[in-house]
Design a protein around this ligand. Structure first.
Ligand code: GUN
Ligand code: ZN
Length: 423
């Protein structure tokens, strides 16, 4: 048993209006931990029971961040110059992913990946691995070694990529099935069936993805949707019988509350309605959408139409592992559309919002008693510029906005995974 002491902050619900009681903040707070779980949260004076105290004052104690879409084999692709989606994939990304046929390379990058996630305060990543079964083995093995609640899956892709990156409907099915049997629900791991996108899967392979979801309905399904206009045009050439992009995934039985639809930028009215009806999740990847020049995610439209949303880095199209940097860019994407992203809503998205998008809010995303003890310790004065700015700050939302605008890995003082300090 141990106690973390500091300024405790988490969400009880989605913030709607100021003062709506959607969050909890305890100035001299404490989190009591035992056996990897949160036992109690409250005033330090009330919880001080003689257990070891780790004093994190004056820092904020929050639920660990959740990154709902990224690509672990793309760590060496970040910051690749001058291309939009389809060229970027062919020029930089596919060659980098080919290297993951080598289990040693996959293991080295998987270790670096989880180190980097934790340095940035992210305790639950949702990752695409490469097409190679060994890459998913490396991912889940590295997560298990640190007891991280990680979600991921081997990419399914059987066309429109180099030979060394292709599976077949049959091998894709067999490898995914074996990985699900071995890893889904093992320790803290969960599996995501991962057809990369319609361009790189034949109809036969999307059928296989649908079969895997029908056989394993509590797995996730992750793919890319309407990120780039050239991508959409090419997709509809490959699937001429379909009226829109989302209709393809719908036809193969891939939509539903566990479907994570990366990007979801250029959607028709019908597609937005279908996202809502199927309760599929639109995943907002701001640093990637800006860097690859894909477009502006319409957060207001999703909210007004009742579409579930999540936020993500999309490493390595994205340019930062930090969910704080991601919030900074999300704010700017909203600003360009005359929309605000208030700091309370922003931090809700990183924690309880993303947990709800994954249906994992009973396990992660809050500091509720019984939750898994994944916790990030944040310092809003981490740099001289932040410390100077903080001199003028009087309220918690203002402090959060400093973290959201100026913060990065330097603001992460400590990250706890199932109660264990990882930095
Ligand atoms: N669409 C298909 N594959 C990818 C990928 O790896 N990254 C991004 N951003 N979009 C994709
Ligand atoms: Zn992606």
């Amino acid at each position: 048993m141990k106690i973390l002491r500091g300024r405790v902050f988490d969400f009880l619900d989605e913030p709607q209006t100021p003062g709506d009681g959607s969050y909890r903040y305890i100035e001299d707070g404490a989190i009591l931990l035992d056996q990897g779980r949160i036992v109690a949260v409250g005033d330090f004076a009330a919880l001080d029971n003689g257990a070891e105290v780790i004093d994190h004052r004056p820092h904020l104690l929050m639920p660990g961040f959740i990154d709902t879409h990224n690509h672990f084999p793309q760590m060496q692709v970040i910051g690749s110059y001058g291309a939009q989606l389809l060229d970027w994939l062919n020029t930089y990304t596919f060659p980098a992913e080919m290297k993951f046929v080598d289990p040693e390379h996959a293991a080295r990058i998987a270790t670096a990946y989880f180190d980097e996630m934790l340095r940035n305060g992210t305790t639950t990543p949702v990752a695409y691995c490469s097409v190679h079964k060994t890459s998913a083995e490396a991912y889940f093995t590295a997560a298990a070694a640190r007891n991280i609640r990680a979600i991921g899956g081997k990419v399914l892709m059987d066309r429109n990529a180099p030979e060394g990156l292709l599976d077949t409907p049959e091998t894709g099915y067999d490898d995914s099935k074996a990985l699900i049997e071995k890893w889904h629900g093992t320790g803290r791991a969960l599996y995501a069936v991962t057809p990369r996108f319609a361009i790189t899967s034949t109809p036969a392979q999307l059928e296989v993805a649908g079969a895997l979801m029908a056989e394993n309905p509590d797995c996730y399904m992750q793919t890319h949707l309407s990120e780039n206009t050239d991508e959409i045009a090419y997709t509809l050439e490959l699937y001429p019988d379909f009226r829109d992009y989302l209709g393809i995934y719908d036809h193969y039985g891939l939509l539903g509350p566990r479907a994570l639809m990366g990007h979801s930028i250029h959607l028709s009215e019908r597609e937005v309605a279908l996202m809502r009806e199927t309760r599929s999740v639109a995943v907002f990847c701001p640093t990637s959408n800006l860097f690859i020049g894909s477009g502006l995610f319409d957060e207001r439209r999703m909210q007004e139409n009742g579409v579930r949303m999540a936020l993500a880095t999309d490493i390595g199209g994205g340019t930062s592992y930090s969910m704080l940097r991601t919030l900074d860019e999300a704010y700017k994407v909203c600003q360009l559309q005359n929309r605000n992203l208030p700091p309370l809503r922003a931090f809700y998205m990183l924690t309880l919002g993303n947990a709800r998008a994954l249906g994992l809010e009973a396990e992660i995303g809050t500091l509720a008693a019984g939750s898994e003890a994944d916790i990030v310790v944040l310092d809003a004065r981490a740099t001289p510029a932040m410390a100077l700015r903080m001199e003028t700050v009087e309220t918690l939302p203002e402090e959060l906005f400093v973290l959201q605008t100026l913060g990065d890995d330097r603001s992460v003082v400590q990250t706890y995974v199932a109660g264990r300090a990882m930095l």
